[in-house]
Ligand binder design. Structure first.
Ligand code: F3S
Length: 284
């Protein structure tokens, strides 16, 4: 049997950096408690492993005082400015593992707010990354995610508009919404802040799914980027399986196939991908 493993499967640069930061802090600060602000990634295996090493997840702002004598790690999604300010007030030591691509959007948001421009974020308003970006954008920024919201966007006439995107937003949708705003206003600057990691993973996955008899998608059930990969694969290859770990997979399902493709979401650790890959190879 031929096995095709996607090169883009697993952690993207920003997620890897955040996860590595936690393990590095645990190693370097044995006498100090380590916290993460929210779960570092959507993956139970990784969170459990970190908990076993003494890492505690803070659920929100109200939990911050608990971390007074510890070190808090900010995950790749980033946080609103007020969270950093609050930690400074409380004298909490923190390590910022916000992905540099997200940090760049925070910088844009801050600069544009200082210039008096109105920031429009195209993205999911309840996603932590977008909540974080909004927290650097001054008083009156807006989030939109649909054509209808773009049509009804109201920005005072005397304000310039700056449009940015959530890093994982769909590019075609972004273009569509930007066009709607551009038709209504001429004084807008558009910065495409979509990260290419998601797009590359989806393109490679679609290419592999097109060529194989069966496709295995590995990732947490709550991970939206893994769900998207599953949809892409299912469209190209009816024989697609969505699993979280090797235990979820019945190898017998591959009995009559000749080629298998494997891909994984951005929060799937290499260890799990390798386990699945090795087992498929050993069994056939
Ligand atoms: Fe960063 Fe892009 Fe990953 S923004 S966290 S490298 S998807």
């Amino acid at each position: 049997m031929k096995v095709l493993l996607a090169k883009t499967a697993g952690f993207c640069f920003g997620v890897k950096r955040a996860v590595d930061t936690v393990y590095q802090q645990v190693e370097e600060n044995k006498d100090c408690k380590i916290y993460t602000f929210g779960p570092i990634i959507h993956n139970d295996e990784v969170i459990k492993d970190m908990q076993a090493k003494g890492v505690t997840v803070l659920e929100g702002e109200e939990d911050l005082p608990k971390a007074k004598n510890g070190i808090v790690i900010i995950r790749s999604h980033g946080v609103p400015k007020r969270i950093c300010d609050r930690m400074d007030e409380l004298g909490i030591q923190y390590v910022d593992a916000t992905c540099p691509f997200v940090k760049k959007i925070h910088k844009i948001a801050m600069e544009k707010a200082e210039e008096g421009a109105f920031l429009v974020v195209i993205g999911n308003p309840v996603h932590p990354e977008v909540e974080g970006i909004m927290g650097w954008a001054g008083e009156d920024a807006a989030v939109i995610s649909t054509a209808e919201e773009a049509e009804h966007l109201t920005v005072p006439e005397d304000r310039k508009i700056c449009v940015v995107a959530q890093t994982t937003f769909n590019y075609n949708k972004f273009k569509e919404l930007v066009e709607i705003i551009s038709k209504r206003r001429y004084d807008i600057s558009v910065l495409n802040t979509i990260c290419s990691a998601t797009k590359e993973r989806q393109t490679e996955t679609a290419r592999i799914a097109d060529r194989v008899d069966a496709m295995i998608v590995i990732g947490d059930k709550r991970s939206s980027n893994t769900q998207k990969l599953f949809e892409i694969c299912k469209n190209a290859c009816n024989n697609t399986y969505y699993i979280q770990t090797l235990d979820d997979f019945d190898m017998n399902q591959l009995r009559s196939v000749e080629t298998v493709g494997i891909t994984a979401g951005a929060s799937t650790p290499n260890k799990i991908i390798e386990e699945v890959q090795n087992n498929v190879r050993i069994n056939f």
